[in-house]
Design a protein around this ligand. Structure first.
Ligand SMILES: Nc1ncnc2c1ncn2[C@@H]1O[C@H](COP(=O)(O)OP(=O)(O)O)[C@@H](O)[C@H]1O
Ligand SMILES: [Mg+2]
Length: 228
């Protein structure tokens, strides 16, 4: 199993009390799966995703990512595992403004210490994969929302990370652009074998995945294969 989570809980202190957000989540996700996490607003989807993406740690419970005990890692260890294994895509694209698509895609490789020439070559290839090579010198404000999200996806795949986490990636896009983005995720999964874990509250979007996990009030409510 690529992801093995057992009885994960997350709570925050609130006025001397404990606010329980995740109440004991257990799940397994294999390499190459395409999973959608659904649930109402405030149910804990992003909290779970941030833990799975090694951006945050649970209050209790265990998390093994590709056999690594994530709870034992310090900040450097978490950063390292994110660099090597994980790409993120967010609702708001999170691109640097006044910076070209190419430079935005190169950024994770700057952190990873990859030499400039290799960075450029890989960034161009990643932009080509998302169909944006012709726009590589454009800045975010010169691109449509869908194109900006494709730049963000190129940035997520450029390190050849095997896992992509996407939190409401179509939340700021109209339905046509949303379908384009979902087609792209489907290709990354089916053709390039990337594991994709995508948070959405839209049924239409979740149906692109092969498996839908529903979270309600910090607990898994259902976990089902998508019948296509
Ligand atoms: N850092 C935090 N401190 C306190 N409460 C938080 C924090 N982060 C999230 N929460 C609360 O946890 C709940 C779940 O949030 P979240 O995981 O973002 O939900 P979702 O992504 O499903 O909308 C919300 O009620 C939110 O207010
Ligand atoms: Mg959220």
């Amino acid at each position: 199993m690529l992801i093995e989570v057992k009885n994960i809980k997350k709570s925050y202190p609130l006025d001397g009390l404990k606010l329980n957000i995740l109440k004991g989540i257990s799940l397994e996700i294999g390499a190459g799966e395409f999973v959608a996490i659904m649930g109402p607003s405030g149910s804990g989807k992003s909290t779970l995703m941030n833990i799975l993406g090694c951006l945050d740690q649970p209050t209790s419970g265990t998390y093994y990512l590709d056999g690594i005990d994530v709870n034992k890692l310090d900040a450097d260890g978490l950063a390292d595992i994110r660099n090597r294994k994980i790409g993120f895509v967010f609702q708001g694209f999170n691109l640097l403004s006044r910076t070209t698509a190419l430079e935005n895609v190169e950024l994770p490789m700057v952190y990873a210490g990859i030499p400039a020439a290799e960075r450029r070559e890989k960034a161009v290839k990643a932009l080509q994969k998302v169909g944006l090579k012709e726009r590589m010198y454009h800045q975010p404000n010169q691109l449509s929302g869908g194109q900006q999200q494709r730049v963000a996806i190129a940035r997520a795949i450029v390190n050849e990370a095997p896992i992509i986490f996407a939190d409401e990636p179509t939340g700021n896009l109209d339905s046509k652009m949303s379908l384009e983005i979902m087609d792209l995720f489907t290709r990354l999964n089916k053709d390039l074998g990337r594991t994709i874990i995508l948070v959405t509250h839209e049924e239409d979007i979740a149906r692109f995945a092969d498996r839908v996990i529903k979270i309600v009030d910090g607990e898994i409510h259902s976990d089902e294969k998508v019948i296509k």
